[in-house]
Design a binder for this molecule. Structure first.
Ligand code: FES
Length: 170
């Protein structure tokens, strides 16, 4: 994709629902970094903080303004699990599937989330309340299986306790 094509795509997408203020805020973040390509991860993190996720128009804007090929930006976003290109729920449940957690019941926790809420890793409930993700070892293996809910770590979670945990999401 040429720079001109990228420009017109960003312009077109920017007019389709993403508030201009968000784009201005993202451009301010980029300006604050001096437009250095080495700031890509920081810019992506802050953009995700502003929008909640990283939709294509945002990635295109960042690609254009940091002068980094879109393919490279997409590569970074897909490499790091903390970046998401889809909207996430108000609450995010992350189930550790590192070896210890897997062996001690991580998969059973995921099974409950699937059975009770119809959610698999990467899914968000239709009401936008809950998203489910998996993570790899959090370094708390002795307390496996580990689940995080909105960044808070819950240890030795039993499959039977998942509904109780999720019931706090309102
Ligand atoms: S495997 Fe889950 S915390 Fe280490």
């Amino acid at each position: 994709m040429t720079k001109a094509e990228l420009e017109s795509l960003v312009k077109r997408e920017a007019g389709t629902g993403y508030a201009p203020r968000i784009f201005r805020d993202i451009q301010k973040v980029i300006e604050d970094t001096g437009g250095r390509s080495g700031a890509l991860i920081r810019v992506l993190q802050q953009a995700q903080g502003l929008v909640g996720y990283l939709p294509p128009p945002v990635l295109m804007t960042i690609s254009r303004d940091l002068n980094i090929p879109l393919s490279e930006v997409n590569g970074i976003v897909s490499f790091y699990s903390f970046f998401t290109t889809v909207p996430r729920g108000k609450y995010v449940v992350q189930v550790c599937l590192g070896t210890c957690c897997y062996v001690r019941g991580g998969q059973r926790i995921l099974d409950v989330l699937k059975k009770e809420y119809g959610l698999e890793p990467g899914d968000t409930s239709p009401d936008g309340l809950l998203s489910v993700d998996t993570i790899r070892c959090l370094g708390a293996c002795a307390l496996a299986p580990v689940v995080t809910l909105d960044g808070q770590v819950h240890r030795r979670v039993k499959a039977t306790g998942v509904k109780e945990l999720v019931s706090h999401c309102k």
